[in-house]
Design a protein around this ligand. Structure first.
Ligand code: MG
Length: 286
């Protein structure tokens, strides 16, 4: 649990509908790209040698490593001036606007709370008017406090494995989505657990969110490209496919196929027929 003295969530009002909790840096707002431009403007350079800023920023003049204390100051100065540098990720504004018609959306950013005003202004200017919580505490207890004992669907999206694992440990029924840029430094990012779904972009994330949060909406009602998006991260656990009998060419392979079928909720099982195939994909088994 979190204490009211540590983080005030009393102003957050949730409706009787699904909740989507969303990290901000490198999920909603670009971080690593703009941060690199910011430090370059000050004569520094980021070398993506590991998944951390400290120890990887050097002087462009002589290659000398910038001390940790100075790096911490640079990060704070960046947050202070974020309105001049940070921009939204592709599709995030349109996607969250659409999802907000059926779900509550909340931003949970791991940023020092004293920069909340700058972030609020920036999000508002972009058109992302959803509530914002800034806290450097573990995210799992915060999402637990927000969601409490509600029986409605809840989703958490973050680029950091440790935040996803924290929420998994405190909110067992939460759909966890790992969404991060494909930047050089993110190649060093710690992997999330195998049961956490990796989304390739916001279009893919939206398909996952909708399948989890609005189960009455049948896969049969989705466009073929949306079905593919839901079922694309595949091949590791199950081999299978979904076949749309109305369209002979609308077959796609699926990640944890039966689980996803169960989550999606078929309203017209006679139209969309799931079937398992063997590992080589050659022979129908059922
Ligand atoms: Mg982040």
């Amino acid at each position: 649990m979190i204490g009211a003295a540590e983080l005030d969530i009393s102003h957050i009002r949730l409706g009787e509908r699904p909740l989507i909790v969303c990290d901000v840096d490198d999920v909603v707002l670009q971080f690593i790209g703009p941060f690199q431009l910011f430090i370059q403007s000050l004569g520094h350079e980021f070398l993506p040698r590991s998944f951390r800023l400290h120890g990887n920023i050097v002087s462009m003049a002589n290659g000398a490593e910038i001390e940790d204390q100075h790096v911490s100051r640079l990060i704070e100065e960046f947050f202070e001036s974020q309105e001049l540098w940070q921009t939204p990720l592709d599709q995030v504004v349109e996607t969250l606007d659409r999802l907000s018609q059926e779900a509550d959306i909340l931003f949970l950013t791991a940023m020092p709370p004293r920069f909340q005003d700058q972030r609020r202004r920036l999000l508002d200017r972009i058109g992302l008017l959803f509530p914002l919580l800034a806290s450097e505490q573990p995210k799992g207890p915060i999402v637990h406090a927000l969601h409490a004992s509600r029986s409605l669907p809840v989703v958490f999206i973050d680029d950091m494995a440790r935040n996803l694992h924290s929420v998994r440990d405190h909110v067992p029924d939460c759909l966890l989505i790992h969404l991060m840029p494909s930047s050089p430094v993110h190649r060093f990012a710690p992997a999330a657990a195998d049961d956490i779904t990796r989304a390739t972009d916001w279009t893919h994330a939206a398909a996952l969110i909708e399948a989890h949060s609005f189960p009455a909406r049948s896969i049969a009602q989705l466009q073929p490209h949306e079905r593919t998006a839901i079922l694309a991260p595949c091949h590791r656990l199950e081999t299978g496919c979904i076949e749309d009998r109305r369209r002979a060419d609308a077959e796609c392979h699926g990640f944890r196929l039966l689980h996803m079928i169960d989550r999606a909720g078929f309203e017209e099982p006679c139209i969309v027929a799931p079937r398992m195939v063997d590992r080589a994909g050659e022979q129908a088994m059922a």
